[in-house]
Design a protein around this ligand. Sequence first.
Ligand code: PLP
Length: 429
Amino acid sequence: MHGFSYKNASLFCEDVELATLADEYGTPLYVYSAATILDHYRRLDAALAGVEHEVAYAVKANSNLSVLRLLANEGAGFDIVSGGELFRVIKAGGDPAHCTFAGVGKTREEIVYALEQGIYSFNVESEEELRYLNQVAGELGMIAPTAVRVNPNVDAHTHKYISTGKSENKFGVDFESISGLYERAAAELPNIRLRGLQMHIGSQLTSIAPFIEAVEKVTPLVKHLKERHGIEFWSIGGGIGIIYKESLESGALDWWENQAEQDRPLTIDRYGKELVPRLKDLGLKILLEPGRLIVGNAGVLLTRCLYEKKGAAKTFKIVDAGMNDLIRPALYEGHHEIAPLKQPESDVRVAVDVVGPICESGDFFCQNRELPEIQAGDFIALMSAGAYGFAMASNYNSRPLPAEILVEGKTATVIRKRQTQDDLIAGEL
Ligand SMILES: *Cc1c(COP(=O)(O)O)cnc(C)c1O
């Protein structure tokens, strides 16, 4: 499900009218549906019920404290990629003992901090990092719980910038080298505790096949590592894709419900049904690291049309959100549906480019897309902006970061204030 739908031709998030929020708090404005976040988390958790598991939310997708708190209260674990993310999780009431720490470039400071906080596992991406982790843990007189990330060399069939499980990607250790590395670690690295194995083949996967391929390929290795080194968990990563492209013509935006089962590229149920039987007899705790699936369809970015500009070749709708607020289209050709907050009465559609104010030609949200008539002053929603939206926002062009709102039923709470111009220069000389 997701919590966005038209009521009386006005777009709502749960029971809150988005136009009211845009008027009250200004634009650009991120709005998240708490019910959607919780629904996605609970459905994934339920789909894995047949196997001992933990859902570790990938914090980088959306790291707002209130979003993390919502998930912490549900009992989620967290997959972090920096010391800053661990700090956020702890501030939000998350338990470090349920945190896994991913990423190819952990610094000494981050390692020390995570050791001191007692995280569940360091997910290590190279032999050099493993040896360094052993050294730092040794200096502190501690043992570092560790998994190595295996690169299974499986094609995730996703955008090249978010594919991570092929040999040419920088991520993980080659499948063929893992056993030898665990042997050396067991023999030579006394401050490493080999606790698990990790993999993550890419993001926004829209079919089940690559997940199955990776699980089947790595299963013999996992069994071997369990027997030989007593590992207790296998993290099969995140990467479950969401639906970005959907016609809004029907006026209803609940595309999860409205699509026939066989037309859905990859559903949570399908993921569970295919993977649980393949995992349940391993005697390992299975970790999942979903980010986008949990929050992607749970958020929108509201923006206001400032001007129309009719060029010789094209019509541009210039809006007050830019690529600094939502970089997915510019960074990896990400698609966002565009929905007017007030449904127009006419069915007229016009091919337009919706562009931001940033001084970059990549600063667009769509090109040559047929949209309902949008006038200066109208609000629109960029749909499915809950993941890798605000989390990737920057101050480029000295633009203050947008505010964020969390909707729970009838209640809308500002969970991050809009930055001020003073915030822009804080810390500068
Ligand atoms: C980014 C990332 C995830 C989350 O990916 P999604 O596509 O958002 O589910 C999970 N695990 C690791 C190691 C990651 O880097």
